[in-house]
Design a protein around this ligand. Structure first.
Ligand code: 13P
Ligand code: 13P
Ligand code: MG
Ligand code: MG
Length: 367
């Protein structure tokens, strides 16, 4: 137990009302009851984006703590029971195991956690997405922490001028590598531009100072954990803001230009990431388009003040229009790439089965 605060955001899809669209209040209430019963937490909120339920928790036990992970797992299990009773769609979808084994990583839920000493003022933004994958944060995180056209602070704030260190995971090989920005920008872009495999795990202030964590994202890939397609990973991300870190407005700015992500309809299509309020996060159009919500909190003596539901703002209306126009265009391509994901990304769907059943009919091209 330390004076440091840990902010844990742990999420799972444990059932949805009518398709993969929404988390009904009964599930939220049940998860909240579980968290309320615990004396481990300083504070908590249960929220959602589309069909994904997010547990946002503060405590003093550090990251990757068994008790916190077990609490989250129990909350998801309890909500799954309700989902089963109500015969909701995809009840327990993201819970890949029957028994908890110390850490929810690899068991289905997505996890973003950071430990820090609460500053004089501690503003954080929690990003939550539905119908996409962890690599969806690569482009916005790059803009927020390495692109001076997005983040004025990189140019004008002496405390940010040296840039940031990025930790990137290779999800396929199970390896990680650190890059120093801006010196290694071009090297890093080679990798993070391939966001289905290389994902930004966390970002740090430069130097060995205490409390240098600036951002961290969930990097779990359900399909890699389960060996087959079981839903997309629908990631979360935590970003600390202000006072030598990006301003809140710099954190939100990349989402004004919706970028293309994978995970739309059956986890098998590319589409624009549309910024929405939590209330507006029910994906309808072809089960999408992919959604992102941004919740702002002040962490005050371990308590979560907020949220501020940032993308409810009219300033993101144009982004929504742009995303809808892109969505219309992408849809015209139906089952053709690049709307549909490339073959190697479809490996956990029914496609390999179709391939197999037609194997005998393939003949050599004899010319
Ligand atoms: P801080 O320097 O207080 O983080 O804020 C800078 C600012 O004005 C953001 O627009
Ligand atoms: P989720 O991953 O959000 O459950 O969506 C599954 C899907 O395939 C919707 O089309
Ligand atoms: Mg679902
Ligand atoms: Mg989802």
């Amino acid at each position: 137990m330390t004076d440091k605060i840990t902010l844990s955001v742990i999420k799972a899809d444990v059932g949805s009302l009518c398709g993969h669209t929404s988390v009904p209040p009964e599930l939220i209430d049940r998860a909240e009851e579980k968290l309320a019963d615990s004396d481990l937490l300083d504070d908590y909120q249960v929220t959602y984006v589309g069909d994904d339920m997010e547990l946002i928790m503060t405590h003093r036990l550090g990251t990757d703590h068994n008790d916190i992970h077990e609490l989250a797992w129990d909350a998801f299990l309890a909500a799954t029971e309700v989902a089963n009773e109500l015969k909701l769609y995809g009840a327990g979808q993201d819970l890949l195991s029957d028994a908890f084994s110390g850490n929810v990583k690899g068991m289905g839920p997505g996890v973003a956690e950071m430990e820090f000493t609460e500053r004089k003022s501690e503003p954080v933004v929690v990003l939550m997405a539905d119908k996409t994958e962890p690599g969806a944060w690569n482009l916005p995180l790059y803009k927020i922490f390495a692109d001076p056209f997005n983040t004025a602070g990189l140019v004008v704030d002496p405390n940010m001028h040296d840039g940031f260190d990025f930790l990137v995971y290779d999800l396929k090989e199970g390896k990680k590598i650190a890059f120093s920005m801006p010196e290694e920008l071009y090297d890093m872009l080679v990798f993070i531009g391939a966001q289905s495999r290389f994902v930004i795990h966390s970002i740090y202030r430069k130097g060995n100072e205490e409390d240098n964590i600036a951002a961290t994202a969930s990097t779990q890939r359900l399909s890699l954990a389960a060996g087959e397609y079981v839903g997309k990973d629908d990631p979360v991300c935590i970003i600390r803001c202000q006072s030598g870190l990006p301003a809140v407005g710099e954190v939100l700015e990349p989402f004004a230009q919706p970028h293309l992500v994978s995970g739309w309809m059956r986890g098998s299509h590319h589409g624009p990431l549309i910024p929405v309020s939590t209330e507006g996060s029910t994906p309808t159009r072809f089960d999408g388009p992919p959604r992102v919500c941004a919740l702002g909190y002040q962490i005050t003596n371990g308590k979560l003040l907020g949220p501020q539901d940032f993308f409810a703002d009219v300033a993101f209306d144009e982004a929504r229009k742009t995303a809808n126009r892109i969505a219309n265009y992408m849809r015209t391509m139906g089952p053709f790439e690049p709307h549909r994901l490339p073959l190697d990304e479809m490996e956990y769907t029914t496609l390999p089965h179709v391939m197999k059943s037609l194997e005998d009919r393939f003949e050599p091209i004899d010319e």
